[in-house]
Structures are given as C-alpha cells and as structure tokens.
Write a protein that binds this ligand. Structure first.
Ligand code: BGC
Length: 723
C-alpha cells in the first residue's frame, strides 16, 4: 500500500465502526458535521441500556459514557469557589491524591461585591482552567439563589439579594468557564433560599416574586451566559421536588427559556422515577447508595433513573422518546466539552490563578465604616499592631459543606499582616475567642491586655465554616456573632480607641458595637490569597472599592422573612409572604434604617457626583433612554467607585418597590480626575411581571432615575416618562 492509500485506509477505519454487524460511517465522531446530525448518529448506535446508563451516576461525581463507541464519561466537580479534591468512587472522603490541591477563589458574595463584570470574567476564566486541567467537564457552580434571609447557611455561595446584580455578574463567569470546554452548572434551581428543611420544604411564592426576584439570575445564566447545565434544588415548589418539577424544568426552563443543556439533580434530590422521567430531569446524582450491598450487581442500578427506568421502558410503559431527549442533551454536553477537540488544556494551582483570586478579593473587600480615617494604617506612626481573633488564623477554605476545598495554600490574615507590616511594626496576636470549647474568660482577658499595649487593634471576627455558621445543611441560629465576640469587641474598645473590626463572613451580622469602634471592614472568605488581599487593603496599597451585595439589617426582624414570621416555615410549607419585597426593597418599603445598606462601600478617597441628565424627557416603548452624569475623584488618591442606577415607578397598577437597581458601572479615577458615566436602559428596566397576564409589562407614565453611591445614598435624580 502506498502512503496515500494508507492514509485513506486509516481514515476509513477511524470513521467506520461496526454496529450490529454492519459498517456505518461514524458521523458522530466528525466534528465538521452539524451537531444535530452527530447526536442523532450517536443515538442510533446506542442500546437502551447504554442510553439509560448515561442518565444517572456511576460514582459520586461521574456518569457512564459508552466505551464501545468511544463516548467518554462525564466528570463533575464542586464548585463554585475552587475544584474540589478527588473523593473515593463511592464515598465522600478525600481519595488522598497528592496532585489535587487547588487555588481557592473568593466566595461568590465577595465576587458580587466587586460589582465588576471583568472580575466575574477573570474568576470564570481561572476556575474554568483549573477544572479543565483536572479533566472535569462539569463545574458545579456558580450559585445564584437570592439572599432572602441572613440566616441562610449557604449565602456565601451566592451573589446577594438583588436579581439585577446577580444576573449581571453570573454571565461572564459562565462564559469564561465554558471557553475551557467545561460546562458551568448553575445552581440551585430554584427557591433554595434556606438550608433548614431544604430536602422537602415546599415553597409558596407568588408568580410575581418568582419572576422578578428568584428567576432572573437563572434566566440570564441560560439566555445570556449560555449555560450548558443547571442543577435542580432540593426543595419543593407547587408540591413537586425541584429536581423533577414540571413548572420549573419543563415549562419555564426548557420550553420558555429554550434551555438546550442538561438538568442535573442535586445530590440525593431525586425522589420519584416517573416524575424524574417526565418532569425535565436529565441526570440523577447522589441518590443514596452504600456502594456495596444495596442494589443488585451495582448499587447505582437502584437509582430512580437506572433499573426502574429501564423496566418502564422495556415494558413500553414510558416512551423511548423521553429517554432520547435526555441522552441528546447529555451527548450535546459531551460534544461541547470532552469531545471538543479545540478546547484548551487548562492549568492548575498556578501563581497566575492565585493572583487572579487576590485581585478579585481586593476589589470585593468592603470598607463599611472608617471613623477618623483610622484606615489605611499609617506605617510611619504605627509601631505596634495587635491582631485579635480566631478568624485571624483560621482556615476558611475548609468546611462549609460541598464547597470545602483542599488548597495548595491559604494565607491567613495574621500571616498577611505580618508580611505586609512586619518590617515597620511589631505584630502581637491573641485569639480573644474560640469556636472550640476552651477557657473563654482567660482568652478575653489576654486579648484585652494585648490590645492595651498596641497603637492599633485589628479584630478578626465574624463567622466561619462550621455548622450553624456559614455552612451547608443548616442555617445560622441568629444574626449575632457567636463565641462571645460582641463582649470581646466591647471590652477591647474600652482599652484602645483605634480599633478596626474585620468581619469574615458570607452573611450580614449584628454589630451592637458599631459606634464603639473606628473602622469596620467586610473581608468575606477570600480563598488562597485572603491574608495578602486583606493586608493590602488595610495598608492602602489597594484602595477599597467593594460594595455590599446585600443589606446588613440592625436586627433580624428588619429583614422581611423574619418581620413577617415566615422563616423557616412549618416544616412542610413556607410562604414567602413578603413577595417581591426582599432585601432593600423591604427596607425601602418599611422605611427601615439598615445598619449598612445594599450597595454601600467606602473608599480612601471621595467622589463627587454631578447632576444626572438624560437624552430625552420621554421615551416610546421601542426606544432607549440614556442617563449621563459626571463623577469626580475629589480626594488625594486614585480610587474606584461603583455608580448605581435605580429606577422608581411613580404610579403603577400593581405595588412596586420604591426603587430597583437597573444599572451599575465601576469607574476608575485618579485624584482630581473627572469622567462621565452613562447608562442606557429600555422599557425592560421599567417593567414588572404581571401575574394575571403572565407577562412583563411596562406601564406608560412617570418614572424617576436615581443615581446613588448606595441604595440609601442617592446623589441625583431625574424624572422621565414612558409614553
Ligand atoms: C450540594 C450541591 C453540590 C452537591 C455535590 C449537594 O449537597 O447542594 O451544591 O454541588 O452536593 O457535592
């Protein structure tokens, strides 16, 4: 055979496959062919058993491919803050690999607090590269459930209380992850807003609140982000578990939003074979198995979408079309990921990724209060820094449930501070409190003695990743800090007037000592580079520019779910009686003064907002309107400011929030620099969801554009009309 003939022959072998004794050209392997054709070709070659095997797990985090046809397995990983360590085939324990220590990125609350879509893109790119390197083709994240109560143990995995902010931030995250040939699996769809009773609580919510508050981030993830996968949630809606829910999955997600990706169950979120078959689920994961004795040949056969599904198919009780729809979606996922020859190789645990995490953290950290400009710390006058608090040394990447990570390294706040300030000041440390059961009185006394000796005291407190703090599976018991931290901060404030409290948390906390300390910083959970990021903000190497993605209420009763007594439901049902009035929408309506408002965050410089103007006074339904204002850095150092646009509907046939976020822009300004900021909106930003008509309506009439530095710090207003 000459050379050319040999190539032709090999090519023929590659594209040919023996199926049932006859040779067919393997279109499914040919990525030049339209994907629809490839899918149909692959499907036509598969047995019923092979197809069913693709619809459920074969291990904790993988599902079967079709080895006979060279169709690869699907491998998933948590998500959403880093690539989880490898676990055993059938167990949650780490498998003990030595090459799976990842970079931990800041928690999604911190990402949301950057109010910067470039940071969301950087996050997605970096974590996507890590997932790809580890050969995962589905990343179980990001999470976009709305922050309804500050007690939700998983708020740190989500993007705050506002549908516009979370919708905007989620899109670049997904797009950049997926450029790596890794699917983002957006979770938890939908209404999983608390951990108490999460596996069964039936959420009653008005259509208006569903469409205006709880669904927009998922819709944006699907339609703008192009997410290839979505995870159903544990709870119920309209009496059906959300992992097999006719309304959410078939009607809204697949029919109305035209989602062409894969619906994956949350782990153990499937409860019924028939519903799992008919109500929109494609892949079942995490149903109980001991991996050993339960089941026939293989414990995974007992999954709802395994042997029971096959039996119904074989008896003709359910149509094969239902199975084919699932398998088509799974094949599309595989073509988009593992079988995409163009996908890059990824990279893992690199310095570049660690620095990306640090950058995001530095932009997300929020300066909440800075009386007397204690911060940034003046390194020429401060000679002794007391660092107090268990959170200054506690690893925060471990714990918290499924987002727990095995990290390459994690810089603690104490280490970060020693590194940044150690050459100019003496750093003294006392834990002050403990989350373990030790001698608390003794710790407090020692901390007070330490604080007395210092020029400045940095208290690192807040929550942690233990149960009933910021952690999956349970909610917090209250808004207050645990372990005697309030007492500690009060005591320290009596002996030193230069106190900065840095809260590490993914949730709002009560601060009864707010007026007794100079500065307060929300330092989130910042991952691998946490300590360095915090130190650079405290030192002023970075000018803080984060803004809160959720309201800090003074008291729990100031948040709607608690004011109305709905939370956590009666064990069976929970009604969201506050409807659309979640977060600042509630605070505005009730005229409540929050401790710190949605959108609040200070800088080491100051910004002057000019008067807002518009390109027209009236707009028609098919027109846009553009608002413009100038913003000037009036301080002495460069900084970034997030300018926020809220819209207020002055008269409406249905009750509306006082105002709603409809635009934001983060602007970089040098000292004395001035820039113009513009926002263009259309009637979409003026609309509400009419649950009688089942559609979005923009009612003609008077509106107001409010430009703010936060939801309660409105700097300029302008009236306009929709014709
Ligand atoms: C969580 C999911 C997670 C899954 C796999 C579940 O308990 O709710 O968010 O992706 O476990 O670890």
């Amino acid at each position: 055979m000459n050379k050319i003939n040999r190539i032709v022959f090999l090519g023929f072998c590659f594209f040919s496959i023996q199926v049932s004794g006859q040779s067919k050209i393997a279109i499914y392997l040919n990525d030049k062919k339209p994907v629809k054709e490839r899918i149909e070709d692959a499907l036509s070659r598969m047995t019923l058993e092979e197809k069913v095997a693709m619809c459920h797990a074969q291990s904790k985090f993988s599902s079967a491919g079709v080895p006979r046809l060279g169709i690869p397995e699907v491998w998933m990983s948590d998500g959403p803050h880093g690539i989880r360590a490898e676990v055993f085939w059938d167990e949650w324990n780490n498998a003990g690999w030595t090459n799976d220590s990842c970079i931990a990125y800041p928690a999604l609350t911190c990402l949301a607090a950057t109010w910067n879509t470039d940071m969301a893109a950087l996050y997605g790119k970096s974590i996507g590269e890590e997932a790809r390197y580890r050969n995962k083709n589905v990343l179980l994240g990001p999470g976009v459930n709305i922050y309804r109560t500050p007690l939700n143990g998983r708020n740190f995995e989500y993007m705050g209380e506002d549908p516009f902010l979370s919708s905007t931030m989620v899109v670049p995250y997904i797009q950049e992850v997926q450029k790596n040939g890794v699917a983002a699996c957006v979770k938890h769809f939908a209404l999983n807003n608390q951990e108490v009773d999460r596996d069964h609580i039936n959420v009653n919510v008005s259509d208006r609140a569903l469409y205006e508050i709880y669904l927009p981030a998922f819709k944006a993830a699907v339609q703008k982000g192009g997410a290839w996968a979505i995870m159903g949630s544990y709870n119920q809606y309209k009496g059906e578990h959300c992992c097999h829910n006719q309304y959410l999955l078939n009607d809204i997600l697949k029919r109305d939003w035209k989602f062409d990706g894969v619906v994956i169950s949350d782990w153990g979120g499937v409860h019924d074979t028939r519903q799992a078959i008919t109500n929109g689920l494609d892949m079942e994961f995490g149903s109980w198995t001991n991996g050993l004795s339960w089941g026939r040949s293989n414990a995974y056969d007992n999954y709802y979408l395994a042997a029971p599904f096959l039996k119904l198919l074989k008896s003709g009780d359910v149509s094969e079309e239902l199975l084919n729809d699932k398998v088509r979606r799974i094949l599309l996922l595989i073509f988009r990921t593992t079988m995409n020859k163009e996908r890059p190789f990824g990279s893992f645990g690199t310095e570049e990724h660690a620095l990306a995490g640090r950058k995001i953290a530095q932009e997300g950290i929020v300066l909440l209060q800075n009386k007397g400009n204690l911060l940034p710390l003046n390194t020429s006058t401060i000679k002794k820094i007391a660092v107090i608090g268990e959170n200054a040394t506690k690893m925060m990447t471990i714990g918290g449930g499924s987002s727990s990570l095995k990290v390459k390294y994690e810089v603690s706040p104490l280490d970060g501070i020693k590194k940044r300030f150690g050459s100019s000041a003496e750093i003294i440390y006392a834990p002050g409190y403990t989350s373990e059961k030790n001698n608390k009185e003794n710790l407090l006394q020692k901390a007070v003695e330490t604080a007395k000796k210092a020029d400045v005291v940095l208290v690192f407190g807040g929550l942690n990743k233990k149960e009933n703090q910021d952690s999956e599976g349970a909610d917090r018991k209250g808004l207050s800090l645990s372990y005697g931290q309030d007492e500690l901060i009060n005591a320290i404030s009596k002996v030193n007037k230069n106190v900065a409290v840095i809260i590490l948390s993914g949730n709002a906390v009560a601060m009864p000592w707010v007026n007794k300390v100079s500065s307060i910083v929300e330092g989130w959970y910042c991952g691998t580079e946490a300590g360095n990021a915090i130190a650079s903000v405290l030192a002023g190497d970075v000018n803080p520019s984060g803004k809160l993605p959720f309201t800090f209420p003074v008291r729990l009763e100031d948040s709607a779910a608690h004011a109305l007594g709905d939370y956590p439901g009666n064990g069976k049902d929970e009604t969201y009686n506050e409807g659309i009035f979640v977060g600042y929408r509630w605070v505005d309506k009730q005229n409540i003064k929050p401790l710190f408002s949605f959108g609040h965050g200070l800088s080491y410089t100051t910004f002057k907002y000019g008067k807002v103007s518009a390109d027209k006074k009236q707009l028609a339904a098919d027109e846009d309107i553009t608002f413009t204002l100038s913003i000037k850095n009036t301080g002495s150092r460069a900084g970034e400011e997030t300018v926020q646009l809220y819209i207020s509907d002055k008269k409406s046939s249905l009750p509306r929030p006082v105002k709603e976020l409809k635009g934001f822009k983060k602007i970089q300004l040098n000292a004395n620099e001035e820039k113009n900021v513009s926002f263009t909106i259309s009637k979409e930003a003026l609309s509400f969801y009419d649950d009688i008509k089942h559609s979005w309506i923009a009612e003609p009439g008077a509106f107001e554009a409010l430009i703010g530095a936060s939801s309660t710090d409105i700097r300029s207003k302008l009236s306009f009309e929709l014709r």
